[in-house]
Design a binder for this molecule. Structure first.
Ligand code: MSP
Length: 657
């Protein structure tokens, strides 16, 4: 019987000139979530990550550290292995480009392309940037720096080898056209199309051998250019060309990376190399945005971005959660908040907000309330009411949520899957409020209590199945506390099945997995000094920091505050925080307003509500919609928005003063 094609997902192989940080962790975590999802679906999975070790900048870092290069790369590579283990990354292989298996395959690829005339010799005179490991033309450089990246360049003159990239323009364009979701997201695809249409030039694929790198076959005075070498790792790990089974693994289904190595390397050079080898191209090349810190790209060399261990330690120290739970919390934040179409600002404030709102409150409450009621009303023993609750609101919601989450995972977007899954978590909590088992119990409605508890138990169980790709520890803990087997990761299918918590299961006592973080104490800031350090540095600075500049009554009178009635609310596609509201401000025609409240309010609960808006704000276009006004909301201790509404019903358009 032919074996099913293995689902194959890759991360970039990271340079070993510095240690892993939350940026490199993010790509690895997104890949991990996808790999775990596909395993839960019962597919064979091959998840590859590794390290890029032959780069000149790596040799340079070793020289700076005064350590022999081979020893240096061993130590840093081990740091990546350890960090991914710490983050519960489920990679099936870890490739290092200094391994023999890789050197052999690079030699093989080089020779095959040479034999068909796609690699030829020539001379090169131009620029090289070591920090980008990229060749640049004269016209790409101003004042000794690459225009594209701002990196310092050095002059290079040498007899080298070229890869005939220019010959592949038409085939690349045809492939991109014929496979609309080969390059994602759309912005990256458009950049790539523009890059190809500008005219692809042949690429230098060797450099002078200065003692580090993979020698060119038959010419040890040159080493293979590090990008040419590095891209081949994706093929090496499959066992190409002669290990059994490689054809079951290749092509990769997904190559994941951030945007800076997308166009030039993964979306053009690599597919052209594969075409030259007559190999099928990867299914999807996916480039996400960057984590910024204070508006700048987070990078270890700038010292502005924490290691995963730092961030986890911070959560542990503030919450008292176990290290495993804190790791899950970091996984949650990095996977959920990284943008595919835009960059995102990394901050401890947002990490804490997400922790409290999604994990301590929503997920934690669902589990803790369920277990506490089960203990009080039924001595922690489950009484299954499968038939009575099947087809009820939670059973129906669970199927809808599992379907939506699956669609997001299949569309390679685990961050969006999280928000879908939280509809079940929120719905489970809401259903407990609606059913109010405590009231049913007072009324002597025993069957009602059993049904309500069983709905809540199933909501927890199904949530534990759906979150397993993102929060493997919490998923296990929830099952353990429910009295189910924590060791076996439940198949994805079980999220669609109702009634799998068996009768007579003995649940554990509630034990919060994510204890709340008290936010009265200042959250660590990524960019500013803390208030305490400002005060210590200068009392005057502290006074300014604390003072509240006053405004005059004229300033207040400028604001046109009005009561508005919400008529419709819908989500804005691609913007997970925004809701698009139509509101009546008593003007005869409705207004459109965009508000960042999608995490706190569902579209169903808003229509009909009276709210307060600033009606004379300059219109602003966001996500293609013109927003006319701004609503007012309070922020609670968790950073959640709470809408301001009039205490009594009042007509739309009423003045607020
Ligand atoms: N060695 C090359 C990749 C070769 S792949 C055949 C390389 N290495 S790297 O160490 O610089 O890693 C770059 C990757 O790390 C990015 O593409 C991204 O996956 C991740 N990130 C590094 N910094 C990041 C942010 N600030 N934000 C998001 N991702 C980050 O390039």
């Amino acid at each position: 019987m032919p074996q099913p094609k293995t689902f194959y997902v890759t991360t970039p192989i990271y340079y070993v000139n510095s240690v892993p940080h939350v940026g490199s962790a993010t790509t690895t975590l997104v890949a991990d979530a996808l790999a775990r999802f596909h395993r839960q679906c019962g597919e064979p999975v091959f998840f590859l990550t590794g390290t890029d070790e032959n780069a000149p900048k790596v040799a340079n870092a070793a020289a700076k550290a005064g350590i022999p290069t081979a020893q240096f790369v061993d130590t840093v590579a081990q740091g990546f292995v350890d960090t991914w283990k710490f983050l519960d990354i489920s990679n099936d292989d870890f490739i290092r480009t200094t391994q023999e298996r890789h050197r052999d395959v690079v030699g093989e690829v080089f020779q095959r392309l040479q034999a068909r005339g796609d690699i030829y010799t020539g001379t090169y005179e131009g620029w090289y940037s070591m920090s980008d490991e990229t060749f640049f033309r004269d016209s790409d450089v101003v004042n000794g720096r690459a225009k594209e990246t701002g990196a310092i360049v050095e002059r290079v003159t040498d007899d080298v080898y070229y890869f005939r990239l220019s010959a592949y323009s038409d085939r690349l364009l045809a492939h991109i056209q014929a496979n609309p979701d080969f390059l994602q997201p759309e912005t990256r695809k458009n950049e790539t199309l523009a890059f190809i249409k500008e005219g692809l030039r042949d690429v230098v694929v060797s450099r002078r051998n200065t003692g580090w790198g993979i020698p060119v076959p038959g010419n040890p005075s040159q080493v293979v250019y590090v990008w040419f070498d590095a891209l081949i790792n994706y093929l090496t790990a499959t066992g190409w060309p002669d290990q059994p089974n490689w054809e079951n693994v290749w092509p990769a289904d997904i190559h994941l990376m951030a945007k800076e190595i997308y166009v030039r390397f993964h979306a053009t050079l690599w597919p052209a190399m594969l075409m030259g080898l007559d190999l099928p191209l990867p299914g999807h090349v996916l480039g996400h945005g960057w984590w910024l810190v204070g508006g700048e790209k987070g990078a270890k060399s700038k010292g502005n971005i924490p290691t995963p261990q730092d961030a986890v330690e911070y959560i542990v120290s503030r919450s008292g959660a176990s290290t495993e739970a804190a790791i899950d919390a970091l996984r949650f934040y990095l996977i959920r908040d990284i943008g595919f179409t835009s960059d995102a600002e990394f901050s401890y404030e947002t990490l804490v907000t997400r922790y409290n709102a999604y994990l301590a409150n929503d997920l934690g409450n669902l589990l803790n309330r369920t277990l506490n009621m089960l203990r009080q009303y039924s001595g922690s023993v489950v009484r299954a009411s499968v038939e009575r609750t099947a087809g009820g609101p939670i059973a129906t919601l669970a199927v809808a949520v599992a379907t939506e989450a699956q669609a997001h995972f299949e569309a390679r977007n685990p961050g969006a899957a999280i928000d879908a899954i939280w509809k079940l978590v929120g719905g489970g909590n809401k259903e407990i409020d609606t059913a109010a088992p405590w009231k049913l119990r007072k009324e002597g409605n025993e069957q009602g209590v059993i049904d309500a508890l069983y709905n809540a138990l199933e909501a927890n169980r199904i949530a534990s199945v759906l979150i397993a790709p993102i929060l493997p520890h919490a998923s296990r803990q929830i099952r353990r506390q429910l009295g189910l087997d924590p060791a076996v990761v439940p198949s994805w299918e079980t999220a669609f099945q109702w009634g799998l918590v068996p009768d007579n299961t003995r649940a554990a006592e509630a034990h919060p997995i994510f204890p709340r973080i008290e936010t009265k104490e200042k959250i660590r800031s990524m960019t500013e000094p803390t208030v305490e350090t400002v005060a210590a540095a200068s009392p005057a600075a502290a006074a300014t920091a604390e003072s509240d500049p006053k405004i005059t009554i004229d300033d207040v009178m400028k604001l046109k505050l009005r009561i508005a009635k919400i008529k419709t609310a819908e989500r804005v596609s691609g913007k997970d925080k925004l809701l698009h509201l139509t509101i009546d401000v008593g003007e005869g025609t409705d207004r459109h307003l965009l508000a960042g409240i999608a995490q706190y309010y569902s579209v169903d609960e808003l229509p009909g509500k009276n709210i307060v808006v600033i009606a004379n704000l300059q219109p602003r276009k966001m996500a293609g919609i013109e927003s006319n006004g701004m609503l007012l909301a309070a922020t609670d201790a968790d950073g959640k928005a709470i809408l301001l509404t009039p205490e009594k019903d009042v007509h739309a358009g009423a003045e607020v003063r």
